[in-house]
Design a binder for this molecule. Structure first.
Ligand SMILES: [Fe+2]
Length: 484
C-alpha cells in the first residue's frame, strides 16, 4: 500500500522491461540559478503511449510553461507564500501533507513522498513523513531508507542533487544509484517519471527529500516526464520548505521533550517523596529498635521504660543549655537511653540480688560499661551511644570506671548522661531507698551526701548549668513520671 516505498528498498539493480530500448541514455547536467546541480536522465521512448514526440515545450505544463514570465514569477511567489506559512503550523506531518499536495498540484505529479532526514553522520536515514498517491490508496508506514546510493531518494539526500528521470524502467546502467521495481509489483502500480529534489535548511544542510512520481496531466493518460522548468519552479522554494519543516519539526520535538521532562519531573517528585517517607520510616524503626534494646537491657534491673525516656530528655535539655550543636543534641536524645545496655551481659542473679554484693560480683557489675561499648560500637549510628555506655561511670577526679578518665578526658556526652542519670536515680524509688523530691535531689547533686561528692564526681561546668536550670529536670520528671 505504500507508494513511496516502491522507490526504495533493496539495492538490487533494477532492470526494467524496457531497458536497452530507445535511443540510449540522454543525461544532461546543469546548474540552476540557485546553484543546485540538476541532472536530467531521459531516453526517447517511441512506446510512450499516445504522447507526442517530446519537445521541451510540449512537456511543460500550461502554467509552468511560461517560467521566466510574469505568470511563472506569480506562481513562484504564490508557492513561496504558501510554504512561508509553515512556521505557524504546529504539526510537522500536517505541514508535510500540505506541502506535498501543493507541490504535486504545481507539477501535476500523481504521487509523491516527503522524507525527513533522521540520525547523524553515517547513521543518517530517511523517514517518510507524507505519502500520497491519487491512483491507489496509500498508508503511512514505518520504514526507513538509508542515505546512500542504494535508492534514488537516498542518493538525492546524499548529494543534494535534483534528479529528473523520464522512465524508471529505462534508466542507464551506469548510474551509481538504482531503482527497485519490487514494490511497484507489490502494490500494483507502475512508476515511470520521477522528479526528486532535496530540501535544505538555510545553512545548506539537506534535511529532507521530496520525490514526485508520474507526471500525469490527464487522469488515465500515460505519465509523461517532468520538465526542468518545473524543477526550477519548486527548487526556488526548497530552502523555505526545508527551513519551515526543520523549524516545525524542532518545535514539535521540543514540545515532546518538554512533555517527557514534565512527566519525568512528576515521577522524580513522587520518588523523592517516597524516599523521604522511607527515610522517615527507617528512622522511626531505628529509634524504636534502640528503645526496645534499652528496655530489654533493663528488664531485670530496677529501672523502667519511663526512666530511659527521662534520661533521654534530661540529657537533651542539659546538652542544649550547654550550647552543644543541634546534631549533638538530637543524637544524645536517643543515645542516652542505651547507657546501661551492657547489663544485658551481667548475670541476672547479680542484678536482682537484694543483699550486698561480693567483691567479685561488684567487679562483674562494674564491667557493664565495657559490655555496653562492645555491643554498640559496631554501628556508625551508635558511636555516641557506645561512648556514653563506656564512660557514664567515669568521675571528674579520675576515680570512676572502667578507664579512670578524668576532667575533659571524659567524653562530654558521657558527663552529661552521668548527671542526668544520677538525678533520675535520686528521684526514683529503689530497693535501698525511697524516691526523693526534686528539691532533695538537687540538694544532693549540688552539695553532696554520704555517697555523692559533686566536686569529685561531676563536670563543674555542667553542675553550674544544672544549678541554674534544674527546674527543667523537675518538669521532665513530672511529665514522664510513673513506673511503666
Ligand atoms: Fe550504669
Amino acid at each position: 500500500m505504500l507508494h513511496g516505498l516502491n522507490r526504495f528498498g533493496a539495492a538490487a539493480r533494477p532492470v526494467g522491461p524496457a531497458a536497452g530500448g530507445g535511443e540510449g541514455p540522454a543525461l544532461s547536467t546543469s546548474s540552476s540559478p540557485s546553484g543546485l546541480l540538476l541532472r536530467h536522465i531521459g531516453r526517447r521512448r517511441p512506446d510512450a503511449g499516445s504522447e507526442k514526440p517530446r519537445t521541451p515545450m510540449a512537456r511543460v505544463p500550461r502554467r509552468a510553461a511560461a517560467a521566466g514570465s510574469d505568470d511563472a514569477m506569480a506562481l513562484i511567489l504564490e508557492y513561496m507564500a504558501f510554504v512561508d506559512q509553515a512556521p505557524h503550523s504546529s504539526d510537522v506531518y500536517r505541514l508535510m501533507d500540505r506541502v506535498l499536495r501543493r507541490t504535486r498540484e504545481l507539477t501535476e505529479a500523481e504521487a509523491g513522498t516527503i522524507f525527513i532526514v533522521r540520525g547523524r553522520g553515517a547513521r543518517r536515514h530517511l523517514e517518510p513523513g507524507s505519502i500520497q498517491n491519487d491512483a491507489i490508496p496509500v498508508a503511512k508506514a514505518d520504514f526507513n531508507v538509508p542515505v546512500d546510493d542504494s535508492s534514488i531518494a537516498g542518493h538525492v539526500a546524499l548529494t543534494g542533487e535534483t534528479l529528473l528521470i523520464d522512465d524508471l524502467y529505462d534508466m542507464p546502467a551506469n548510474l551509481s544509484y538504482s531503482f527497485n521495481p519490487r514494490f511497484d509489483a507489490a502494490v500494483g502500480y507502475l512508476s515511470r517519471s520521477v522528479m526528486c529534489f532535496a530540501l535544505k535548511n538555510l545553512a545548506g544542510r539537506v534535511i529532507g527529500v521530496i520525490q514526485l512520481i508520474n507526471r500525469r496531466p490527464k487522469r488515465g493518460a500515460a505519465p509523461i516526464p517532468f520538465e526542468s522548468s518545473q524543477a526550477e519552479l519548486v527548487r526556488v522554494a526548497t530552502h523555505l520548505v526545508g527551513n519551515a519543516l526543520e523549524r516545525t519539526d524542532m518545535m514539535e520535538r521540543i514540545r515532546t521533550k518538554n512533555a517527557e521532562l514534565s512527566r519525568s519531573n512528576r515521577l522524580l517528585a513522587g520518588q523523592r517523596a517516597r524516599i523521604i517517607q522511607l527515610q522517615a520510616e527507617t528512622e522511626d524503626a531505628f529509634k524504636l529498635s534502640i528503645n526496645l534494646l534499652a528496655r530489654a537491657a533493663e528488664i531485670h534491673d530496677q529501672d523502667t521504660a519511663r526512666h530511659v525516656a527521662r534520661v533521654n530528655e534530661c540529657s537533651y535539655a542539659l546538652a542544649r543549655h550547654a550550647g552543644m550543636p543541634a546534631d549533638f543534641c538530637n543524637e544524645i536524645r536517643y543515645s542516652a537511653q542505651l547507657h546501661d545496655v551492657g547489663k544485658m551481659s551481667i548475670n541476672t542473679a547479680i542484678l536482682l540480688k537484694s543483699g550486698a554484693l561480693t567483691r567479685k560480683e561488684r567487679e562483674e557489675l562494674m564491667r557493664h560499661p565495657v559490655y555496653g561499648f562492645e555491643i554498640l560500637s559496631h554501628s556508625d549510628r551508635l558511636k555516641m551511644a557506645a561512648l556514653i555506655a563506656r564512660h557514664h561511670h567515669e568521675k571528674w577526679d579520675g576515680t570512676g570506671y572502667p578507664d579512670r578518665l578524668a576532667g575533659d578526658g571524659i567524653p562530654i556526652e558521657a558527663r552529661i548522661v552521668a548527671l542526668a542519670d544520677i538525678y533520675d536515680a535520686l528521684r526514683s524509688r529503689r530497693a535501698y531507698k525511697a524516691d526523693f523530691s526534686h528539691a532533695r535531689a538537687v540538694d544532693i547533686i549540688l552539695k553532696g551526701d554520704e555517697r555523692i561528692d559533686p566536686g569529685a564526681h561531676f563536670d563543674p561546668g555542667l553542675l553550674a548549668i544544672f544549678a541554674r536550670r534544674h527546674q527543667d529536670f523537675a518538669e521532665i520528671y513530672a511529665a514522664l513520671a510513673g513506673e511503666s
